[in-house]
Design a protein around this ligand. Structure first.
Ligand code: 5AD
Ligand code: SF4
Length: 485
């Protein structure tokens, strides 16, 4: 971020929620750049403020309205000085609660849903003429991607690239199908072109993003052979990853977030195989399971059982033995009994997660679970969440400890927190730091893990002729963890 030159306009974007929102915020800044908007780090004095919201769990609208209250004062101060601040609310809360926003905060100029970002310049122009708010909450994702500018601001060593949006799965608890719309996959050629641009701008690692990223089935590039799709027109994600791995200069690939169901049909075998065949595909996968109880998985409309999940984990680890898993869990979905909760703890013990997120169920208006009978008492939700988190924390610690003394490649990304340190990421997405110059940023170097901290690892860059330690065994292997501890 920079201080704008005279005549330039200041754009402040605040982002809540997932990586897809972070990516969207970047693209909104890209569409506004030709209008002279330059990103700044604080809202004070900004000519435009965008709040990019997330609706997935509760308190989203309270957070938004308290932020809007603060911004209203800044907007008024700017107007008293004879200037204008355009205030926009974007993202999933805008999509779900557009009319409430304009009613409760009439000083908001623009309300736009996640599929309308390409129309921002036109909306800014309309807002400067309009008396009331300009609202856009249409759905078609194709248009957005077709109309966003090609030239994006560089993202750095690790870059994000949205390849899929929306969701058709309708889990009982989730607002995403309502706020992000139906599943849409970007064509392979557009994805590959964007990936090449990101690498040309200095990216060494690309994380492909999508709400159901492993459901991606993009139209094949013109003239390219297709392998996976019954209609012969689409590629699957395995094929895309193989193609991306061939981009010169790109060292690492990841994809997130996946759904177990999209690993279950025979057509998905290629993606599982890709984990064993593409060294650049990092051995870490975020695969939410939500619950370990088949009864709850059915109530959640997940379309898979606990045994399906265990089978997928086994197959992925057979393809890539050092693969580590991460997941999401919900404690206290309506109807969840103590036995269901114990089944979740059992599944966690059986898998051995390297990391995970867990949440207390929160009723989202308009979703089937919100109106379901047998809502779980708040105190039970709290206790179950604590039990899940304690177990997951132990597993994360054990996983981190199991890396001690091992060597692994590290992608360095920039200066560390302390002088003389350089920061980076392990293959398992752990933050690492080493003694060394920040000029190592952009390099992938073999390192030895020398110390484990609660949220990071210390590593030492191996000398050129130093032997590397044997590669890590399967994570979550209790025997290995005992030996490492
Ligand atoms: N309550 C609690 N957690 C939720 N998630 C989604 N909706 C809800 C809800 N209503 C969690 C799921 C999902 C993650 C992104 O957020 O675990 O995987
Ligand atoms: Fe939400 Fe389920 Fe779709 Fe994930 S798969 S985005 S949890 S509805």
């Amino acid at each position: 971020m920079t201080t704008p030159a005279p005549g330039r306009r200041r754009l402040f974007v605040k982002t809540w929620g997932c990586q897809m929102n972070v990516y969207d915020s970047g693209r909104m800044a890209d569409v506004l750049a030709p209008l002279g908007y330059v990103p700044v780090e604080t809202p004070e004095g900004a000519d435009m403020v965008i709040l990019n919201t997330c609706h997935i769990r509760e308190k989203a609208s309270e957070k938004l309205f308290s932020e809007l209250g603060r911004l209203r004062a800044l907007k008024q101060a700017k107007e008293q000085g004879g200037e204008r601040m355009v205030l926009a609310v974007a993202g999933c809360v805008a999509q779900a609660e557009g009319s409430e926003i304009t009613a409760r905060a009439p000083y908001v100029d623009i309300v736009l849903g996640p599929q309308s970002y390409h129309r921002l310049p036109e909306m800014v122009a309309r807002a400067s003429r309009a008396a009331g708010a300009v609202i856009e909450t249409d759905f078609p994702a194709e248009q957005k991607f077709d109309h966003l500018p090609e030239a994006a601001a560089p993202q750095g060593t690790i870059a994000f690239l949205t390849i899929q949006e929306g969701c058709d799965k309708f889990c009982s608890f989730c607002v995403v199908p309502y706020t992000r719309g139906a599943e849409y996959s970007r064509p392979a050629a557009a994805v590959l072109a964007e990936a090449r641009r990101l690498v040309a701008q200095g990216a060494r690692e690309i994380a492909l993003l999508g709400q159901n990223v492993n459901a991606w089935h993009g139209v094949a590039p013109p003239g390219a052979p297709t392998f996976e799709s019954p209609d012969g027109r689409a590629w699957g994600l395995g094929r895309l990853l193989r193609e991306m791995a061939g981009i010169e200069g790109l060292a690492r690939l990841r994809y997130t977030t996946s759904h177990p169901r999209d690993f279950m049909s025979p057509g998905d075998d290629d993606l599982i195989a890709a984990h064993g065949e593409i060294p650049a595909l990092m051995p870490f996968l975020h695969l939410p399971v939500q619950s370990g109880s088949d009864r709850m998985l059915r109530a959640m409309n997940r379309g898979h059982t606990a045994a399906d999940y265990l089978r997928i984990a086994d197959r992925l680890r057979a393809a890539r033995p050092d693969l580590a898993l991460s997941s999401d869990f919900i404690a206290g979905h309506p109807g969840e009994t103590e036995a269901d909760h114990q089944a979740t703890l059992d599944l966690i013990r059986q898998i051995g997660f390297a990391q995970a997120f867990s949440f207390k169920y929160s009723a989202r208006p308009g979703t089937p679970a919100a109106g379901a009978p047998l809502q779980v008492a708040e105190s039970d939700k709290d206790r179950r969440l604590q039990e899940i988190q304690a177990l997951l924390r132990d597993q994360q610690d054990a996983f981190n400890r199991s890396r001690l003394g091992l060597s692994c490649d590290v992608l360095f990304t920039g200066p560390g927190r302390h002088p003389g340190q350089v920061a980076g990421r392990s293959p398992w997405l752990q933050p690492v730091h080493a003694e060394g110059p920040a000029s190592l940023a952009g390099q992938v170097l073999p390192c030895r893990v020398t110390a484990i901290h609660p949220n990071s690892l210390s590593v030492r860059v191996l000398a050129r002729d130093e032997p590397v330690a044997p590669p890590a065994g399967p994570p979550g292997d209790p025997q290995q963890e005992k030996e490492a501890a």
